[in-house]
Design a protein around this ligand. Structure first.
Ligand code: HEM
Length: 445
């Protein structure tokens, strides 16, 4: 599209944005190092498109419901190839996230077999079993819940999605690789290079990718897993659609086994901490869940309205990825403003979660609001939207209720160390940050 507007993009002084670490923000979620409160003020002052400096780099900020709607409606306006090049550089040029246009559509269509709701639900029983066993193993000792849940979810995927026997060491290595990779995604290119070149990370990444490759090779040579991965590999397609190659399947196995476990765990950790501080709501939830039987979730969340509302509120209050990098693929007009090809943009996809014109008293945990109101889709950005909407959303929305229902039904819990961002433990090397929270579980009598 030719740019027909000359409407100047307003500038917002970066000194007026508050650093998240320096002020007492009402939410633990940092918007690339800044507070949601200060970005909201900027949005209400300057409008949905403005220029500022974020972490020393000039950026165009896109914010608000109109921005969400327009960005999600027009995926081909944006170059994921440029915006999230790190997925290509660190994983592969065939990796889903950084594809655009027809190659992206082809891959989403082929992966749908492994991620659509009916597929994910078919693995629910196995997922529930792994979650139950994982929680039981935590009883009695103080555990760091974020990493512990990542391991549980990786095991659950290995029991449902890509069925494979993994020992504790293999699971730990996958979690370490994922945390190392994701933790450095949005660092400066220089810092990222240091992280991705550290010996411990490089070694783990190599072993994980080799392991995924052996799974793929075995499947291509005829081994069957009777799982979702088989469904993805052997699906019937029209001749116009090229089947997934051996190289692609390695990164698709990564998606089905490892990806996203950190984000799911992060939301749950913040929820566990929040429930510990809201005993009366926790008691109501426990009454609804009763003695938990996962088969009651086989057809969805109808029997668990309070739990469903709790999880919607968790998605709203603790969006794990609230800011997404965007780069126009060509000169475009965005909400009346001209954006030239290649301009660095930051889409504040979850900023409206904290806007009091939409969510009353937005910084407080009020799950009941979801029972009393319908909120606009564009005000909920936790999983992004449009054709690049989170591929794992259905996985997360099965794992989260199963984990919380099993936890509340079977265990009492105490938060022994509050949630905090800490360096990932690679002693002596450049490090990325991850969430930590310590809890102690005991059996409910
Ligand atoms: C609470 C958990 C999760 C959150 C908050 C989350 C959030 C997001 C967000 C915000 C996006 C960006 C969408 C966009 O660019 O517009 C995304 C994309 C993606 N997510 Fe998730 N995610 C979660 C769990 C998962 C899981 C479990 C997986 C497992 C496969 C996953 C895989 C992906 C992939 C592959 C993409 C890229 C999709 C594409 O470009 O087509 N995510 N996610």
């Amino acid at each position: 599209m030719q740019i027909t507007t000359e409407k100047p993009i307003p500038t917002y002084p970066s000194e007026q944005l508050e650093r998240h670490a320096d002020v007492g923000s009402a939410t633990p979620i940092s918007f690339r190092g800044y507070t949601a409160e200060s970005l909201l003020r900027a949005y209400h002052t300057a409008g949905p498109v403005f220029e500022t400096e974020i972490n020393g780099v000039a950026e165009i900020i896109l914010a608000g419901m109109d921005a969400n709607e327009q960005a999600w409606r027009s995926p081909d306006d944006w170059s994921y190839h440029h915006a999230v090049a790190v997925f290509r550089e660190e994983l592969s040029k065939v990796h889903l996230t950084q594809l655009d246009g027809a190659p992206h559509r082809r891959k989403r269509r082929l992966l749908n077999k492994g991620f659509k709701n009916s597929s994910v639900m078919s693995g629910m029983e196995a997922t529930a079993r792994e979650i139950a066993e994982g929680l039981e193993a935590m009883v009695g000792t103080e555990v760091e819940l974020h990493e512990a849940l990542m391991k549980v979810f990786t095991r659950a995927q290995a029991a449902s999605s890509v069925k494979v026997d993994l020992d504790d060491e293999a699971i730990e290595r996958m979690v370490d690789f994922e945390e190392g990779f994701i933790g450095a995604l949005f660092m400066t290119p220089e810092e990222r290079e240091l992280v991705y070149n550290r010996a411990a990370y490089v070694g783990k990444k190599e072993v994980v990718l080799n392991q995924l490759h052996s799974i793929v090779k075995a499947r291509l040579e005829g081994a069957t897993g009777d799982d979702l991965f088989d469904g993805v590999i052997h699906q019937k397609t029209s001749e116009a659609v090229e089947p997934l190659s051996e190289e692609e399947l390695i990164y698709d196995a990564y998606l089905m086994l490892i990806a996203g476990t950190g984000n799911t765990s992060k939301l749950l950790c913040y929820l566990v901490d929040t429930l510990a501080r809201n005993p009366s709501w926790t008691a109501e939830l426990r009454a609804e869940i009763g003695e938990f039987d996962p088969t009651r979730m086989a057809r969805g969340m109808q029997e668990f309205p309070l739990l469903k509302a709790t999880l919607m509120e968790t998605e709203r209050l603790f969006p794990a990825a609230p800011v997404l990098p965007r780069v126009p693929a060509r000169d475009i007009e965005f909400l009346g403003y001209p954006l030239a090809t290649g301009t660095h943009c930051l889409h504040q996809v979850a900023l409206m979660h904290y806007d009091e014109t939409i969510y009353e008293d937005p910084f407080t945990f009020q799950p009941r609001r979801w029972l009393e109101h319908d909120y606009p889709k564009a005000a909920h950005g936790t999983f992004g939207g449009g054709s690049h909407v989170c591929l794992g959303m259905n996985v997360t929305r099965v794992q989260m209720p199963l984990a919380i229902a099993s936890l509340l039904s079977g265990y009492d819990f105490e938060v022994t160390q509050a949630p905090r961002m800490e360096n990932y433990a690679y002693p002596g090397e450049v490090d990325s940050q991850t969430l930590r929270i310590n809890v102690k579980l005991s059996k409910r009598s």
